[in-house]
Design a protein around this ligand. Structure first.
Ligand code: CBY
Length: 433
């Protein structure tokens, strides 16, 4: 055989000897992109994408390379308006999300767009989180999901932070990774992404850096184990709403677990089935699942997406987003509702239209008796969040919140999305997490 013929063969041989790509990613194939349409429609056509929700949506659609220029500009505008007019009232994680979303692309000269003032502001908000932990028994102003977003944004957009401090805060046994004794997969996944970014920018030349790297590696390993221990029989990681971010965490850390420990395809199949059942009707829910399905992670933010997209692989129809299934009949249903504060319970039975959500029940009860059933509610990225009942207000400094339950079981949806059924025993319970 002549040498010129041997070369390609040699190349092929060498190629086959290279270990398989470290980063194991399974994703929806281009032929099946129509499976993703319900998510994209929910995000793009939603009239309900309010304020900072737009950051979640922009980040997700940019990572997926789905927006045309006009749609992109509109979302950017919305995020910028929220950031500039509400900067002081934004929580640290909301600002971090905005920075990730606004910076989520590369200009033709290969630099990413950065917002140094926003990053500086984030640094201050992150500091305030840590200070609060010092004053209030280790409880941050918000939570570790947001602290992870903070570190991720600071790390990707060259903000200053102490690696030693990060290695110390994100110790996997820290109580902030748990709610009511249960490991929070959402939180753990976001922390893995943040720690992986920090690991990637740290070179282990100095002794302290070596120590930090060693700690961070151990944290990632342990967090990944905890995420995998929450794998359900159908492949979901935690629940349906944490699975997307858990997949991202697993994508970036495939050298921390054995391939046999996770069947990515099974997880993907279950998620696709849930998309068709309408599990992702909230723009934030759709935004958090999409990147993983397209094989992307938040670490890709300023890596490979161009700032201006041409027509992509998507034909976005202007079909309305899937809305809650309309009631089968306009009939009324009866549900039981209780407010529980330690040993004191106040119950009532209310009648609401078939297809109503938890919040409708609370409103009906409040109308009946404002002293016993009065409450306040706040709009968050996942929809309405109950902040107080009977004047008793949830407080992060002492880890209190109003827990939602049905038949004694905690719900995995908020008051704006859980559709109630005849005979439900709904409860809001004063709890600590
Ligand atoms: N995002 C955040 O700051 C939220 C982080 C998060 C881990 C989040 C889940 C995960 C995510 N992907 O966004 C989170 N929830 C937290 C931190 C909290 C706590 C909030 C207080 C704090 N310290 O910041 C707390 C109190 C433990 C909590 N969640 C309570 C609740 C209940 C809300 C009840 C109410 N008062 O209105 C509820 C309904 C659980 C219950 N049975 O009481 C709840 N959370 C749920 C169901 C959820 C999921 C929402 C799913 C859905 N379809 O609506 C969730 C995705 C989320 C939002 N919580 Co919390 C978790 C899940 O099921 N996978 C950052 C910001 C920038 O957006």
């Amino acid at each position: 055989m002549r040498q010129s013929h041997q070369l390609p063969l040699l190349g092929l041989l060498l190629f086959s000897l290279i270990p398989r790509q470290l980063c194991e990613i399974c994703e929806v194939s281009k032929n099946n992109y129509t499976d993703l349409n319900p998510l994209i429609n929910t995000m793009i056509n939603s009239k309900y994408t309010k304020g900072i929700q737009a950051a979640n949506v922009l980040l997700s659609l940019r990572l997926g390379g789905i927006l045309n220029q006009c749609q992109e500009q509109q979302l950017i505008q919305q995020v910028k308006l929220t950031v500039y007019y509400k900067a002081s009232t934004l929580t640290s994680g909301q600002l971090a999300l905005a920075i990730l979303a606004l910076g989520a692309c590369k200009t033709p000269d290969e630099t990413s767009i950065r917002y140094p003032n926003l990053v500086k502001n984030l640094r201050n908000k992150f500091k305030a989180e840590i200070e609060n932990m010092g004053k209030h028994n280790g409880n941050p102003l918000t939570n570790y999901y947001q602290l992870s977003l903070d570190v991720l944004a600071l790390c990707l957009f060259r903000g200053k932070f102490s690696i030693t401090q990060v290695a110390k805060i994100f110790e996997p046994e820290n109580k902030n990774f748990y709610f009511k004794g249960q490991f929070s997969v959402d939180t753990g996944a976001m922390a893995v992404l943040a720690l992986t970014c920090v690991k990637n920018i740290t070179n282990g030349k100095k002794k302290t850096d070596m120590e930090n790297l060693n700690n961070i590696n151990n944290h990632i390993k342990s967090l990944i184990e905890k995420i995998l221990s929450q794998k359900k029989e159908n492949g979901l990681l935690g629940n349906i709403y944490s699975t997307g971010e858990a997949m991202q965490a697993l994508f970036v850390s495939s050298d921390y677990y054995n391939e046999s420990k996770w069947d990515c395809q099974q997880t993907l199949d279950t998620v696709i089935m849930e998309i068709h059942k309408g599990a992702f009707r909230i723009p934030t829910a759709a935004a958090q699942i999409l990147p993983a399905l397209m094989g992307k992670t938040y670490l890709n933010v300023n890596k490979d997406s161009p700032c201006v997209y041409g027509p992509g692989d998507f034909n976005i129809s202007t079909v309305e987003p899937i809305t809650a299934t309309p009631p089968l009949s306009p009939s009324q249903i009866q549900v039981n509702y209780s407010v529980v504060i330690i040993k004191e319970t106040h119950s009532t039975t209310v009648s609401v239209a078939n297809g109503s959500v938890f919040l409708d029940v609370m409103e009906a009860a409040q109308k009946e008796n404002a002293t016993l059933f009065g409450f306040t509610v706040e709009e968050r990225s996942w929809g309405p969040y109950i902040t107080s009942v009977q004047g008793l207000t949830a407080n992060n400094n002492n880890r209190t919140f109003w827990e939602l339950l049905n038949n004694g079981q905690p719900l995995d949806q908020g008051v704006g999305s859980y559709i109630v059924h005849e005979g439900d025993n709904l409860e809001v319970r004063w709890s600590t997490y």
